[in-house]
Write a protein of this length. Sequence first.
Length: 181
Amino acid sequence: MKLKEKRLSTETLYSGSIVTLEIDQALLPNGDKAKREVVRHPAGVAVAALTSENELLFVRQYRYPMAEIVLEIPAGKIDDPTTQPLENAKRELLEETGAVGYSYVPLGAFYVSPGFTDEIDYLYMCRVDHFESQKLDEDEFVNVERIPLDKAVGMALNNMIPDGKTQTAILKTAMLLQMEK
């Protein structure tokens, strides 16, 4: 069975600093046409940073769309499409936590919500080498927390951390370290 759809036309309804909203007309495999709403996003990065005591660094920040304070690993969007995701991950870790990492290991990439957005998030794990001062954006307000990896795994498994990228990075980090033993 054919599954692929073909874009026939695109109309941009909004283009902002983070996302662009497009309405596409698509040709379906059966020949019918359908409207597709697509949120374009430049991609994101996130870092599971482990201290020498096997604590993960987290940021707690208010997330406006959810209208709540959310616990997440350091993350952000790729500002410059000519840079590599790893460069952006290092930048976000330093900006949000003041941490400088080493031994970065890619944890893979995933589609954030492929039903309506093309956003891809690239995940990394690293060890924390040392701390410098945070370099937060002027509109960014976060509290940095350290949580032991084992406790973070339990929190992810017990739905105490609702953020998808954070759950994924915690569990992949724990599995990777377990496999190294």
